[in-house]
Design a protein around this ligand. Sequence first.
Ligand SMILES: Nc1ncnc2c1ncn2[C@@H]1O[C@H](COP(=O)(O)OP(=O)(O)OP(=O)(O)O)[C@@H](O)[C@H]1O
Ligand SMILES: [Mg+2]
Length: 588
Amino acid sequence: MAYFAFDRTTPAQDSEFIGVVVGVDNRRVTVEVPTECLAHVSVGQLAVIPVDGLDHWLVGLVDRLVCGAAGAFALAGENGADAPSVVPEGRMHPGNVASVSLIGTVKDRTTADGRTTHFFSRSLSVSPDMHAPGFAMRGPALTTFMNLLVEASATVNSLVLGQYTLDPTATAYLDGDKFFQRHAALLGSTGSGKSWTVATILERAAQLPSASVVVFDLHGEYSKLSYARQLRVPGPDELQTADPNLLFLPHWLMTAEELAATFVDGSEATAHDQILVLQREIEQAKRAFLQQHNKTEVLKAFTVDSPVPFPLDTVATHLDVLNTKMVQDYRGAKQGEFYGMFGRLLVRMRTRRSDRRYGFMFQPPDQLQTYEAFAMLARQLLDFKASRSRVRVIDFSEVPADVLPIMLGIVARLIYYLQFWMPKELRHPVALLCEEAHLYLPSQCTNANEERALACFQKIAKEGRKYGVSLVVVSQRPSDVDTTILSQCNNVLAMRLANTQDQTVIRRMMPDCLGALLEMLPILDTGEVLAVGDAVLLPSRVRVRTPSEKPISATIDFWTEWNRTDRSPDWQLAAENMRCQRRLSANS
Ligand SMILES: Nc1ncnc2c1ncn2[C@@H]1O[C@H](COP(=O)(O)OP(=O)(O)OP(=O)(O)O)[C@@H](O)[C@H]1O
Ligand SMILES: [Mg+2]
């Protein structure tokens, strides 16, 4: 390795010298650049500053370059309280300055066979000396450094993401352990390449023999991935179909509170009493079910919220009896305590249960009313051992928008609690990939159902790590996504983002010293990410590899389509599909 930055025997070359350090401020260094060296330095480039007396080289990213006195003072002003430190003492008219954000250190290491090698670490244990020289890292130096990065990150845990934009020959890896351990976010405007990036990550994960990823697919984008198991919430015309890939989510998976929110109108004066009686009836129906199946163990411990099947018919019948019950006293017959209280509740219950759009919940097949159904559902959601089951895509495109958050919340909660109750030695980590997260993890909930669903995901964000449940939040509107969840994401893959509100959210998620990197967000190319977090060695711009199987998210070429003469859409079919709540194609 014959390069000045990492080998003191080779002198620095003039064309790489960018100036001397004139200010040091926590993770930021100001370098005064002589006018003749201005051509050596550019924004976005890596710079290296040797530390005297130690075999250490500080590596940083040039994030600003300002020419002349006025510019330098402007830069000083922006640095706030520490401003004076960037202006060299005793010099009222500093020249050109470059601001460098330090990102890590290259150090010497002696290997077992006595050779000296170098390695890169994100720690910054030393600060540069005043007047130390700074050099631009380019050409062979950049290659050497990138090789160090690749060597350090290409471990058994590595997940190939793509190539560094700085050096397209160097492969950028994510540490697969760290990426999933403490949640991740993939954020970028529509069409910036999020779904393709998801497909690239899924493809890599599917190659691991025991990977376990559940994808919440809201638009059926991943329905054609050949390596994934395709589960789908059944639409109205599939209710009687016996297909192991249909994911029914029967009513008894809901908590009593969720069921009450579905059937009781909170604005009625008697809402509170209705909820109490409904919960009592549910508890009794579950108890009867357990007694019928001789589940004495469960009977001792179950609660009204336990996932125990119960017939909704029985509850409805009992409520109907209470609703019409007359009692006798010494004056004769009079209306019972609950007379007329459940009229609207019963109508609502009947309507929901006969609405075929909600069939996946209220009209499940008989086998989902059995005691074994819960374990069957658990296997459907979490079994990664069957062929093509390491990635399980759940297509929610048939679920009506008003129950979508609650359904996603139920699935997330089931997965979390199944992991929670799994003995530690048998627990296997699972990642939940939440596409279009702004739709069900909103920053502002508009109703109780959304709040309850959000709470399920917040619990995973806060506590999932301990039980091997990870979230990967994907969204085109980060400012519409719940901040509690985003703040728990330790890794951010940011793609092109033009909206300033959304950029602010990302800025808040990243360390201050990387602020300048974020300036790139609006100018990133399609398929380029800014990868930041503990899963990447160097916060950097990466061109993501294209997945070999692409999601169905192709951008429609309007102009080209409008230029065709062979198109004949079938509006009759679209109208019928809308009526039947299905998406039959012309050939089926
Ligand atoms: N890594 C990539 N390399 C080249 N082209 C890409 C890459 N990623 C995405 N594209 C192009 O961009 C288009 C849109 O990508 P994608 O569907 O992933 O966007 P998105 O961010 O998921 O959008 P939305 O938020 O609307 O779902 C793709 O159809 C593809 O043509
Ligand atoms: Mg997408």
